[in-house]
Design a protein around this ligand. Structure first.
Ligand code: BGC
Length: 762
């Protein structure tokens, strides 16, 4: 395997502190840690989060992913000079995140205001193997003269979510003059978090401890000769009461025991152990491309690094937040992003993770049923934004208009219902990929039927046909419309799959359900394309005026259009925030011929600002499927820059988690041309000329295969005795044990396709 890339921070700049704290954040799906510097900066936002650890501060507010007490911060003093890169002179600076090991390293040569030089090197990682473990090491070397070095660090519970404190400090202790431990409880008393830390300093050091104003601190002081180093290794263990059989003193005692065991192993051994887990991750999922565009490979490695860091595999009770575990954006809530943008990667590499993500919804069915009932519907209406319980968490209001004092209502919770069908879509591809009938019997069919019941009750009957009124499709700039094509087709798909799986798996046919579902499928209005092959986004969209969006497209991602027009005005124009009909083409690829794909891309893309990070990569996939490899490549490269680009504030409050999944989608579902249709795996490759090859592992129906695609050939390596069936273009193959090489020119002609927008072929 070619070696993994690294992510480097080009310079130290106060302007990009928040961005790099997100980009270089560490995590293991259980715990996330922003990549803040040890020393404090006003511009910096520290953050440590535990997946699923939310708290609602007051009944009028949404639950938030709690920003936990900090263990990274260090106050460093050399000869009375407080270390900060805002004073003195930076003689050299490197900071890099190593994707292979998950280790973040910084190396600074600092000329202090006192005229002396100090070398300050630090390293840290969150263990990929022991989920509660954080290790860090700092080494300070006075270069010109002997020095008195003082470091204060500990557990700092003054952290907040933008000023909102969610935790009460219940106890702080120092055990054996060595181990620090703080216990904290959410202010509603429901959950507890215990943080334990130990600092080891080599040589002759004085240490003292104190607890004051929510800080439990250790103060270390040493005299160091010129050229010698002061080295401090800090090991921390972070645990909580959710999903944990341990509570109260047990939780704290076990935390201390675990911390001690780790301390005995030391930084290097713990890093090596964690690296082995990372190796396994890369083996299971890494996409390797042969190209001279380093940044393409880096974007894929970045994406997979964060996919590991953000995905909770330890519990079915939490899912992936919109910013992963890298920041507080969207308050740590879970959206359709998970099922549609993130789940496919997991499904096609480690399907047990996909099962867990779907199970999160299954556990939260009660909340979804409650929401449906409150709104007067049947079945399950999943919340647009979800946290711990499955109840709706979308804030009622968005930003305030400071001139009028009025708050803008957020309509998504009221009408952005496509999420329900997106969850059903994920259940369907899960079964097609795994054939896991146990899951279907126990959870999958129930999820499909409950979501189908929602749609059946959601319709409006108009002249005998069933329509879906007052919805918001994926494009959030177009609200409260009738018959959004995406929503109607996905709802149809939801009900059709529910009916089919019910027939396949349920021992007792539910006559009422079968009749209602059959009627829904017979009468639901499925909009058709016009004579230019354009599928209308909704009933009114094509009759609205268009405006030139060039300026707004240049500022995409910033919602600049809302500075010039009110939401109501935007709603009355042909302006898309993100892919909508194009999104439909991604989800249900068999509906569109390549000509229809091209027609709809050409119509909708100029009207799409791409203000959502979920838009560009989907355009890449659809452009590739339409046969436009180079256009697809441009979209994909732009999608890779959403977080990694030069914009200094692109991800201040956390990375765009779904966009990382979409980077993988672009490579595998776009360029390699993978689709799943009627239980079979299809490839219609469209490799950009800049790539000589792409190679990736893939799970399919019980087998882990390896695929390598060049401009000429597709090589499939099937290590299992079980043959794999797949399609290349229009030809179906059975790939036996070993390697099979297929010449593309024999099977891939200029893309044709058999799709029809007229109806769904279920
Ligand atoms: C997008 C949604 C997305 C959400 C969270 C919004 O800006 O429009 O589609 O689910 O961000 O990522």
């Amino acid at each position: 395997m070619s070696s993994l890339t690294v992510l480097k921070e080009p310079i130290f700049s106060p302007h990009t502190l928040k961005k790099y704290a997100s980009l270089m954040a560490a995590g293991n799906g259980y715990l996330g840690l922003r990549a803040c510097h040890e020393e404090d900066y006003t511009e910096q936002t520290r953050g440590m989060y535990l997946a699923g650890f939310y708290h609602r501060a007051s009944p009028n507010e949404a639950s938030e992913l709690v920003n936990l007490p900090d263990v990274l911060q260090m106050r460093i003093e050399m000869d009375g000079e407080i270390f900060t890169l805002l004073s003195g002179e930076i003689l050299s600076y490197q900071r890099e995140l190593c994707f292979a090991t998950g280790e973040l390293r910084r190396s600074v040569l600092w000329l202090a205001p006192n005229g002396k030089r100090y070398q300050i090197d630090s390293q840290r990682f969150v263990s990929a193997q022991q989920l509660c473990l954080i290790c860090s090491r700092i080494s300070i070397t006075p270069l010109d003269d002997r020095a008195v070095i003082t470091v204060s660090t500990g557990i700092d519970a003054t952290q907040t979510n933008s000023g909102r404190q969610h935790l009460d400090e219940t106890s702080v202790r120092v055990f054996e003059q060595r181990y620090l431990q703080g216990k904290y409880q959410t202010q509603n008393g429901a959950d507890e978090v215990v943080i334990s830390s130990f600092c080891e300093v080599a040589g002759d050091t004085n240490s003292s401890f104190y607890a004051k104003n929510r800080r439990l601190m250790q103060h270390c002081n040493a005299r160091v000769a010129a050229g010698d180093s002061f080295v401090l290794v800090k090991t921390s263990w972070v645990t909580h009461s959710l999903d944990n059989e341990d509570h109260g003193s047990n939780l704290a005692e076990h935390a201390l025991e675990n911390l001690m065991t780790c301390v005995a192993q030391g930084y290097d051994k713990l890093l090596a152990e964690s690296t082995r887990t990372w190796n396994n991750w890369w083996l299971r999922g890494r996409v390797v491309i042969d190209t001279h565009h380093y940044r393409d490979q880096q974007a894929l490695d970045f994406a997979l690094y964060h996919l590991f860091a953000m995905t909770p595999t330890h519990s079915e009770r939490c899912s992936i937040a919109a910013k992963g575990l890298t920041g507080e954006g969207y308050k740590g809530h879970v959206f359709w992003d998970t099922e549609v943008f993130l789940l496919p990667f997991h499904l096609l590499t480690q399907p047990n993770i996909a099962r867990q993500l779907i199970s999160y919804r299954w556990h939260n069915l009660a909340g979804a049923r409650r929401k449906a009932q409150i709104k007067g519907y049947c079945g399950a209406l999943f919340p647009w934004e979800s946290a711990r319980t499955g109840d709706e968490e979308t804030p009622k209001f968005a930003a305030i208009n400071i001139r009028t004092g009025l708050r803008q209502k957020v309509a998504s919770a009221l009408a952005e219902h496509h999420l329900v069908a997106d969850i059903a879509w994920a259940v369907d591809i899960y079964f097609q990929t795994t054939g896991d009938d146990v899951f279907m019997r126990e959870r999958g069919v129930c999820l499909l039927m409950e979501t189908a019941r929602f749609w059946i009750s959601r319709v409006t009957e108009t002249n005998g046909r069933l329509e879906l009124h007052d919805v918001i499709g994926p494009d959030e700039y177009t609200e409260h419309v009738n018959n959004n094509a995406y929503t109607n087709y996905l709802a149809y798909h939801n009900v059709a799959r529910a009916l089919s799986y019910h027939r396949q798996f349920s021992t007792q046919p539910d006559r009422k359900f079968i009749d209602e579902a059959s009627d829904f499928l017979a009468r639901l209005w499925l909009p058709t394309d016009n004579d230019q092959q354009i599928l209308a986004q909704d009933d009114s969209f094509l009759s609205k005026p268009s405006i030139d969006l060039t300026d707004y497209k240049a500022k995409q991602g910033t919602q600049a259009i809302l500075l010039d027009y009110s939401r109501a005005e935007v709603n009355e124009m042909q302006i898309l925030k993100q892919a909508d009909v194009v999104m439909l083409a991604y989800m249900l690829p068999w509906l569109f011929t390549p000509e229809q794909l091209r027609a709809n891309l050409d119509y909708y893309e100029p009207r799409t600002i791409h203000d959502s990070s979920l838009s560009k990569a989907i355009h890449a996939v659809v452009a590739a499927r339409s046969g436009r490899c180079e256009q697809a490549y441009q979209f994909w490269q732009q999608a890779c820059l959403i977080d990694l680009g030069d914009e200094p504030h692109s991800c201040d409050d956390g990375i765009h988690a779904a966009a990382t999944g979409a980077i993988w989608l672009g490579a595998v579902q776009g360029f390699a041309g993978l689709t799943i249709e009627q239980g079979e795996l299809h490839f219609n490759p469209c490799l950009p000329l800049e790539w000589r090859a792409i190679s990736f592992p893939l799970y399919w129906q019980g087998a882990h295969i390896q695929l390598t695609l060049t401009q000429q050939k597709l090589t499939i390596n099937n290590p299992s005795v079980q043959p794999i069936v797949l399609w290349l273009g229009q030809t179906r193959f059975s790939v036996q044990l070993g390697e099979q090489i297929l010449t593309l020119a024999e099977f891939i002609s200029p893309i044709t396709g058999s799709g029809t927008i007229k109806g769904l072929d279920e």
